[in-house]
Each structure stands twice: as C-alpha cells, then as structure tokens.
Design a protein around this ligand. Structure first.
Ligand SMILES: Cc1cc2nc3c(=O)[nH]c(=O)nc-3n(C[C@H](O)[C@H](O)[C@H](O)COP(=O)(O)OP(=O)(O)OC[C@H]3O[C@@H](n4cnc5c(N)ncnc54)[C@H](O)[C@@H]3O)c2cc1C
Length: 258
C-alpha cells in the first residue's frame, strides 16, 4: 500500500487516512470543503461511504438475524426457517484459513452459495465449501491480488501469522524491461507453528495476479510452505523465472521454520 499510496499521489489523488471528519462546510447549499481533525480539503462534491450494513430489516421476525443484521444460516445455507435459504453479502461464509465463518462480501462467494443453495433445494446434500476470500484490483499501472489472511487482519481473526516478502523481477534478469520484465512484490503469510499457508498478496505492473488463485488452492487444500517450496510450476523466460515467485517465497518461509 505504500507503493500504491505514492502512485495515487503521483496521479493527484491524496489519501487522507487516519483522520476524523469534523464538518462538511458549504455556501448556499453547495459543499465547498471537508474539515477533518487534521486539515481542510476544498470540495465540489462529497461522497460518503462508511462501512456496510445489510438491508435485512424486512426479515425481522421471519428468519433469525444476528446483532449486525446478517441472516443466520447453517452450512447448507438454510435459515432458521429451514425452507428458506439465504446467500450473499448478508450472510457469513466459511473461511478456509481459519475454519470459522467470516464476513466476506464478494460476488465469487455469493455465486458459489447460490449454486450450493440450489443443489440443496433440489434435494442434494451439499455443505458450502470454505472460501479463501480472493480478490484483485488495479490502481493505475499496478495490478494486485490478495487471498486469505493478511497480517493486518490476523489479530481480528485470532490467528497467529508470520510472513515473508519477496521482491524480484517477473522474468530472468537477462530479459530487459523493454521486453516486458518488471518488478513483482509477493507476500506469503503462514502459520509460524506448522507452516500452513494462510494467505498471500501479489503486485506488479505486469498482470501476475493469477498466482493468487494458486495460493487459494493451497489454502483450501491445507498445504504448508514446505509443500509449496518445491511445487512444480512452469518456467519459460517469456513468462516467468526459473523459480516461480511462489516457490521462492515458500522456500524463504520454510527456512524460517527450520
Ligand atoms: C463497487 C463494487 C465493486 C465490486 N467488485 C467486485 C468484484 O470485482 N468481484 C467480486 O467478487 N465482488 C465484487 N463486489 C462485491 C459484489 O458486488 C457483492 O459481493 C455481490 O453483489 C453480493 O451479491 P448479493 O446478491 O448478496 O447482494 P447484491 O448484489 O447487493 O443484491 C441485493 C439485491 O437486493 C435488493 N434489495 C435490497 N433490499 C430489498 C428489499 N427489501 N426487497 C427487494 N429487493 C431488495 C437490492 O436492491 C439488490 O439488488 C463489488 C462490490 C462493489 C460495491
């Protein structure tokens, strides 16, 4: 995020993080500035987005909701009224790295839940498979993706983590930048006691985000960094390094355990 924050600043976007909004000030009904506890920002338009709240009020008394208004479901996606199934952002999903239910608002999860709920409605007996919470995004030239537990969220999830960061080029050093060689950052997060893979993030100006799907598989299959250290990934100088970045990071992580 340090790199992305700087990239955004280079493009004229200032991320004023860690500030409390005190007031929106305006003239003749039009906003002119936002006042925070640390500064004032001139503004023509203000868009406020603060957290996510499920719009499930209409379900009160119909099915059980939790304190946040999320619809309570079992692993077959049935609500407290077993003839009513619920899926999507207003429910929790089983989170593969922790084995516990978690709130992960992604279309990927909603889509999987929808399919599983339909199977169960039609008489099959299918529990919802655990998900890793994988997502990707671009900010200007940078493409990045993330899956599983991040260091920043580990405490909240009650998980102990260790991480290694590998910074490399996506192709061998002899491939020039003009030929498409560029830097990649890859962070692998794992359980420091048994080396189980818990999460990862990748970022580059070249789109290498699909590596994160491999980590999602590793999380769901409960693989360890020792497993990933020598997993067979292809090498071809036009695409990759002799050691794939996942291998490199896993080897580094395994060495810390040894
Ligand atoms: C800007 C943005 C970008 C995103 N990008 C991605 C992405 O790239 N990949 C990804 O996996 N996820 C992405 N997501 C998340 C994804 O959109 C959600 O996880 C997904 O849409 C959840 O599906 P859902 O059916 O649970 O809820 P929704 O898609 O929100 O659908 C709920 C529907 O219920 C309707 N509704 C609400 N109350 C009532 C009522 N009382 N009566 C009738 N209808 C009602 C709403 O109008 C809405 O149409 C993104 C979300 C946002 C906001």
């Amino acid at each position: 995020t340090d790199i992305l924050t700087k990239t955004m600043a280079d493009h004229g976007i200032y991320a004023a993080v860690g500030q409390g909004i005190k007031a929106y000030e305006g003239v003749d009904g039009h906003v002119t500035k936002v006042v925070t506890d640390q500064g004032e920002y001139p503004a023509d338009l203000v868009v406020t987005a603060a957290g996510i709240r499920p719009a499930t009020g209409f379900l009160k008394g119909v099915v059980d909701l939790d304190d946040h208004g999320l619809i309570k479901i079992n692993d077959h996606l049935q609500t407290s009224d077993t003839d009513i199934y619920a899926v999507g952002d207003a429910t929790l999903v089983p989170f593969a790295p922790t084995g516990k239910d978690n709130r992960i608002a992604l279309a990927t999860n909603a889509r999987r839940q929808g399919r599983i709920a339909a199977k169960n409605l039609l008489g099959e007996n299918v529990p919802m498979p655990a998900v890793s919470g994988s997502s990707a995004l671009s900010v200007f030239d940078y493409h990045f993706a993330s899956t599983g537990v991040k260091e920043g969220t580990a405490d909240k999830l009650g998980v102990k983590t260790a991480s290694v960061l590998v910074t490399d080029t996506i192709r061998p050093k002899f491939v020039s930048e003009d030929a498409g060689n560029t830097k990649v950052w890859f962070k692998l997060t794992f359980d420091p006691t048994d080396g189980r893979v818990l999460g990862a993030q990748i970022m580059s100006k070249y789109d290498v985000t699909a590596n994160i799907n491999a980590i999602s598989v590793a999380i769901q299959a409960k693989l360890t960094v020792a497993d990933l250290a020598y997993t067979d990934f292809f090498f071809q100088p036009g695409f990759d390094r002799p050691w794939n970045i996942i291998n490199l990071a896993a080897q580094k992580a395994a060495a810390t355990l040894n």
